[in-house]
Design a protein around this ligand. Structure first.
Ligand SMILES: [Zn+2]
Length: 173
C-alpha cells in the first residue's frame, strides 16, 4: 500500500535580493520538489518540500528559494548536521560514515565561511581582530550561538553568492 508523503510549501519571509546583481524583483517561474531527511527528533523521516524557482527581473538568472531547514546539495536537514557538528551525535540517527563526511565537509568549509562573514561585518566594525576560539566558536560568534547557527551561516553565504559546493574542492571523501 502506498501512503502519500506530505509536501511542504516553503516561502521565504525575507524580501528577494538577487545574489548576483542585488536586484529586488523576481518572478516565480515554477517549483521543484526536494526530499529532505530529518533525523534530529527520533526516527528518520523523509519529508518533501517544494522549493520555488525565481527569475530575477534584472539579470534573468534563475534562483531556488532556500528554506531555513535546507543546506544546498545536502540530503539531511540542517538541524541534524548542526547537532553532529556540535558533538551531539546521540541526537542524530545516521551512519558513522555520514558523521565523518559531515565533519570533514564542514572542516573544509569553515575558513571560507569565516572569510565570508568577516567581509560582511567589516563595515560595521564588529571586529578589528579575529575572534578568539576554535573555528566553530568563531563562526557562532558572527551569527549568534543559539540553535540555527548553521542555517544562518549557510544563508549568509548563499545570499552573498559565495556558497561553494565542496564535494570536489575540499571533501576528503
Ligand atoms: Zn539578478
Amino acid at each position: 500500500m502506498k501512503t502519500l508523503k506530505p509536501v511542504f510549501f516553503v516561502r521565504s519571509l525575507e524580501p528577494f535580493c538577487c545574489p548576483c546583481c542585488r536586484g529586488e524583483k523576481a518572478t516565480v517561474i515554477g517549483s521543484r520538489n526536494r526530499k529532505i531527511i530529518e533525523t534530529s527528533e527520533g526516527n528518520p523521516q523523509t519529508k518533501t518540500i517544494r522549493i520555488r524557482r525565481l527569475k530575477c527581473e534584472s539579470c534573468s538568472r534563475i534562483h531556488h528559494e532556500l528554506p531555513g531547514s535546507v543546506i544546498p546539495y545536502k540530503r539531511h536537514a540542517v538541524k541534524s548536521v548542526e547537532a553532529v557538528l556540535e558533538g551531539n551525535i546521540s541526537l542524530v540517527i545516521v551512519e558513522n560514515s555520514t558523521i565523518r563526511r559531515w565533519v570533514s565537509w564542514f572542516d573544509g568549509l569553515t575558513c571560507h565561511l569565516l572569510g565570508v562573514l568577516n567581509t560582511m561585518t567589516k563595515d560595521n566594525t564588529v571586529e578589528k581582530t579575529p575572534f578568539p576560539g576554535t573555528r566553530l566558536q568563531r563562526l557562532r560568534q558572527y551569527v549568534g550561538e543559539t540553535t540555527g547557527w548553521l542555517s544562518r551561516v549557510v544563508h549568509q553565504a548563499v545570499k552573498q553568492n559565495l556558497w561553494v559546493q565542496t564535494r570536489s574542492a575540499f571533501s576528503a571523501g
